[in-house]
Design a binder for this molecule. Structure first.
Ligand SMILES: Cc1ncc(COP(=O)(O)O)c(C=O)c1O
Length: 393
């Protein structure tokens, strides 16, 4: 049995048609396979490898932590240097009310924690989220996502979840005093990177204030520079009550967090205590990677250059087969003629050494979310391959 056959036999698949790149190593904006091919990575593990692959500062920080200790105790009991420094750093970077962090392992766990925290705050049942939103694959976050076909085979899910239309003012009438929380992505990551309108977010914030509803931002994809700001909330300056983070936070290591006020977070510690438990959440090796990622984003010009890099993509990706380019920052959706053509081009690009990807819910668009450190030259090279591929097919 060769490696591909073993992979297909022994590892679960989530599609009938996986990419099957057989990875040897990865460095910067490139991934190298065991058959000695080199691929430019325009996906970055789906918006995760913020500082590129094998960033030396991240590797050093993780190794240094490994030499000290790995897991020592469930979250919240022992004081561990790096997780503590990470929580302080997050409070430093976020608006004043978002000052207390609960570290978890993934995005979906951050959403689960945030939904639970809101319930503790106001004792209500109803959770509102948007059509075409993606918040994760565990039961609570799956209950919130805005796509019935992804949910219906898993019924019964958690009741009292309602979806509204993204950027639709009329649907905000649902926000009454029986709602516990509303979850919003500042830029929808499962569709073609649609941006939440500032006016709409402002209206949501007002309704949440009027009815004591917790506003949760899912910044699992928009956080840590991806939009050209440290956090997507800076696009509108509308501040949530709870923010969920993951993906790009760890610069390629698994970590997530939900951040709220100290007053809110205290609710988990009493009546009953142990309100949210995680064994590995905030693992010190992942925290080490996250701390380097944030420090690097803060001290370098990486974030300042994001919109310039977006412009390079946009000015080079002019082709009769490209119908539109959506998104913001380095969340780029290339709209093509139709779904079949899009699937076809993503595969041809892979053959030609460029990794792109699909969107969960919008199959007409190609996903581009490269490492934030991708260079201008690498962007130009990738665009030139994309244009040639579109010419040929
Ligand atoms: C916006 C958003 N929320 C939540 C998640 C779930 O994160 P994870 O896969 O780490 O559980 C994702 C993952 O793609 C996401 O893009």
């Amino acid at each position: 049995m060769n490696r591909k056959e073993s992979f297909l036999k022994y590892q679960a698949q989530i599609t009938q048609d996986p990419f099957l790149l057989d990875i040897k190593h990865a460095k910067g904006s490139y991934i190298y396979t065991r058959d000695n091919k080199k691929y430019i990575d325009l996906v970055a593990g789906v918006s995760s490898c913020t500082l590129g692959h094998s960033n030396p500062a991240i590797i050093n920080a993780v190794k240094k932590q490994l030499d000290l200790h790995t897991h020592v105790m469930v979250y919240g009991e022992f004081i561990q240097d790096i997780p503590l420094r990470l929580a302080i750093k997050l409070a430093d970077c976020l608006p004043k009310n978002l000052n207390c962090t609960y570290l978890v392992n993934s995005g979906t766990e951050a959403i689960e924690g945030a939904i639970k925290l809101a319930k503790r705050k106001n004792g209500r049942k109803k959770v509102v989220s948007c059509l075409n939103s993606y918040h994760g694959s565990t039961q609570g976050s799956l209950s919130a996502i805005g796509r019935d076909e992804m949910k219906k085979k898993y019924q019964p899910l958690i009741p009292f979840h309602e979806n509204i239309r993204f950027n639709n003012f009329e649907d905000l009438k649902i926000l009454k005093n029986d709602v516990s929380s509303i979850i919003i992505e500042p830029v929808q990551g499962g569709t073609n990177f649609i941006i939440a309108q500032k006016k709409w977010l402002k209206a949501i914030r007002k309704q949440c204030n009027n009815h004591s509803i917790e506003l949760i931002y899912d910044e699992i994809q928009t956080g840590f520079g991806r939009t050209g700001k440290m956090f997507g909330l800076e696009l509108s300056n509308i501040v949530p009550d709870i923010i969920c983070l993951a993906k790009g936070m760890g610069g390629g290591m698994p970590i997530g967090a939900f951040v709220s006020s100290k007053e809110n977070m205290n609710l988990f510690s009493k009546n009953p205590s142990l309100g949210h438990i995680t064994t590995f959440g905030g693992h010190p090796t992942s925290c080490a990677a996250a701390l380097v990622t944030i420090n690097e984003l803060k001290k370098s010009k990486i974030i300042d250059r994001i919109n310039n890099k977006r412009e390079i993509f946009k000015t080079h990706l002019i082709h009769s087969k490209i119908k539109n380019i959506h998104g913001t920052g380095l969340m780029i959706a290339i709209e093509l003629e139709n779904e079949e053509y899009c699937q076809h081009i993503v595969k041809k690009l892979l053959k030609n050494g460029v990794i792109t990807f699909y969107f969960l819910f919008d199959k007409k668009n190609i996903r581009i979310s490269p490492p934030l450190t991708i260079s201008e030259n690498e962007i130009k090279q990738a665009c030139s391959i994309i244009l040639k591929t579109l010419d040929k097919y």
